[in-house]
Structure formats: structure tokens, C-alpha cells
Design a protein. Structure first.
Length: 348
């Protein structure tokens, strides 16, 4: 329980995706204009909404921590921290900031659209729960006391049972979702990478998104390291040397060990289930390092557009789907209320 609370508090104290994007974007712009890190931090303190985050970063730097470690102190996105760490190690800070801004911008736009699309269905859902509660606690008990006919009472009892099933079923579903969310927070760092991959593969919709996202991160890591002059082998070693046990580390270790045994990419990449098959085609071609780096850059741009299109498609589907479900529930509740009343009127 303490672990769950600490994670929730950490999430609560983290800067929002919008704030992370704005801060890194300002860093990118200021670095391009020749500002040093300290000067860029001083400029960012001019904006009051970033003062607390920037002050924490400056204090971490004054304690001797690196720029990436200072971002960890203010709970920046782990993918951003990992990417910047590798980028800085190999002199590609500008490109690393650019890729991180792209990732955060995409996430920011997705969350904004999701918030707008879910606001109205959420309001209707809460209103629907309120109606159910009012019917359960006020309307049906009043009708049961008013009506004396056993046939009509039976009809009202059936309707009341249906309303109770919807009401308690909805509450139980919400509690189950909250429970699973808390369990996922607790178990996230305890289960193995292999089990995580198997679980992700079994989640509809999210599995494809995660596959595209993981491929994008892997491709941008490789492309950035190749730009700095490293070979593919050295690039994989850099990624696998990261202490953080994540998908990038896991897959780079798999691929590196497989290549060291004399095999090629066509036999190992298909075993990396959260990497798209197009990556196998790219890596298996006979290309020199510069050609491969350019092709990976093009593929990364394709992936970011594909992720945006995929998310937009499911977001546009989400609102009418939720509204349709709510409409069916409302019609059912209306019939559960009106049909027993019609029976009562016919009996009279």
C-alpha cells in the first residue's frame, strides 16, 4: 500500500505532459541560439508556471547531478530521460531534444483530444448513475408502497431487479477498474519483461499502439547513435548498457547476443514481438551505415505519423461508442420504469 501511495504521489507531483513539452521545446530553441544550460534555465524562470520545476532542476545541478539526473528529480517521462541520456553521451543533445519534443507533443495532443472527447460522455455517465440512484432509492420504493395489485407489484419488482443489476454492476465495474489500476502500479516493477510483453500482446488496441511506440523508440535510438558515428554493434551495446530494465534494453540485448552467435537480423527481429516487421526488412537490406541511418530516419517519421493516425482513429471511435452504450442503458432504464406503469394503468 505504501508503494502504491508513493507512486500516486510521485505521479501527482510530476509536471504535466504539456509542461514537459514546453520546457524541453524552450531548451531546444535556446540551445540552438547559443544559450548555455544555466542561461537557458534563467530564461525559463521568467515564466512563473515553470519556476518550481526549473528551480528544482537548478538545485540538482548545483549538487553536481547531470542534466538528465535533474530531469529525473522532477519526474520527467522515463522514455524522455532514457533517450536524452544516450543522446548527451554521444553529442546529439539537439537531436535528442527534437525527438523528445516530438514524442511529448504527440502524447500531449492525444491527451487533449481524449479529454475533449470523453468530457461529454463522462458527464452523461455520472448523470446516468445519479438517475439510477434516484430511481433505486426513491421512485421504485414509492411505487411499491402505492400499488396493491400483485401482478403489477411483480412487474415493478422485475424492473427494480433490472435497475439494481445495472446500478450495482456499474459500481462493481468501476471498483474493479480502480483495483486493477492499483494492482498494475504495484506489480509494474516486479514482473519480468517477458511477462510484460505477453500481457501487452493480449490487450486489444493497446498492443498495436505499444508495438508502434516501441519500434519508434528503438529506431530513433539507433538512428541517433548511428549519426554520432557508432556502428550498429556499438549502438546496440550502448542501448543495452542502460541500467534501466526496459523494452529497449531487453530487445537490444536479445539482438546483440543473437548477432554475436553469427545469425542475422531476419532470424531475431521476428522474435521481438513488440517491434514491427518493417524493421526486419530495413535491417536485413545490404546498406552502408549512412544509408541505413537515413532509412531509419525516414521510417521514424513514418512511425510517428502512423501513431498519430492510429490514435486519432480510435479517439474518433470512442465518443460515439460510449454515447451509444449510454443511450442503450437510458432506453433500458426508461422501459424498466414505463412498462410497469402501463401495466398498472391497464389494471386500473
Amino acid at each position: 500500500m505504501h508503494m502504491v501511495l508513493s507512486r500516486v504521489l510521485k505521479w501527482k507531483n510530476s509536471p504535466s505532459t504539456q509542461e514537459q513539452y514546453q520546457i524541453l521545446y524552450r531548451f531546444e530553441q535556446l540551445f540552438q541560439h547559443g544559450y548555455s544550460l544555466n542561461d537557458a534555465l534563467d530564461v525559463l524562470t521568467w515564466e512563473k508556471q515553470y519556476t518550481a520545476v526549473v528551480t528544482t532542476i537548478k538545485q540538482a545541478l548545483q549538487r553536481g547531478e547531470t542534466f538528465v539526473e535533474s530531469l529525473e528529480q522532477v519526474n520527467f517521462n522515463p522514455n524522455v530521460v532514457s533517450f536524452l541520456k544516450i543522446a548527451i553521451q554521444h553529442g546529439n543533445l539537439s537531436k535528442g531534444l527534437h525527438h523528445c519534443c516530438q514524442m511529448l507533443k504527440q502524447r500531449k495532443e492525444f491527451l487533449t483530444k481524449l479529454n475533449k472527447l470523453s468530457r461529454y460522455p463522462l458527464f452523461l455517465f455520472l448523470f446516468f448513475l445519479l438517475i439510477l440512484y434516484f430511481m433505486k432509492t426513491s421512485i421504485f420504493p414509492s411505487f411499491s408502497q402505492l400499488i396493491g395489485s400483485s401482478n403489477t407489484i411483480s412487474a415493478f419488482q422485475n424492473a427494480e431487479i433490472a435497475i439494481n443489476m445495472i446500478y450495482y454492476g456499474t459500481i462493481s465495474t468501476l471498483l474493479l477498474v480502480i483495483f486493477l489500476f492499483l494492482i498494475s502500479i504495484t506489480m509494474k516493477q516486479q514482473i519480468s519483461i517477458e511477462l510484460k510483453i505477453q500481457l501487452i500482446k493480449r490487450i486489444p488496441i493497446y498492443s498495436k499502439y505499444k508495438q508502434m511506440q516501441t519500434t519508434y523508440l528503438f529506431v530513433t535510438h539507433l538512428s541517433s547513435l548511428l549519426t554520432s558515428g557508432l556502428t550498429i554493434k556499438d549502438s546496440l551495446e550502448v542501448i543495452r548498457s542502460e541500467q534501466k530494465a526496459d523494452l529497449m534494453n531487453y530487445y537490444s540485448t536479445m539482438i546483440s547476443d543473437h548477432l554475436a552467435q553469427g545469425y542475422d537480423y531476419s532470424t531475431i527481429l521476428p522474435q521481438c514481438h513488440l517491434l514491427q516487421e518493417q524493421l526486419t526488412q530495413i535491417m536485413s537490406k545490404d546498406r552502408n551505415q549512412n544509408q541505413l541511418q537515413k532509412e531509419l530516419n525516414i521510417y521514424a517519421e513514418h512511425l510517428i505519423l502512423s501513431i498519430e493516425s492510429y490514435l486519432k482513429k480510435w479517439i474518433n471511435f470512442l465518443q460515439p461508442f460510449l454515447l451509444s452504450i449510454l443511450a442503450l442503458f437510458i432506453v433500458f432504464v426508461y422501459l424498466a420504469l414505463m412498462l410497469p406503469m402501463f401495466d398498472y394503468m391497464n389494471y386500473m
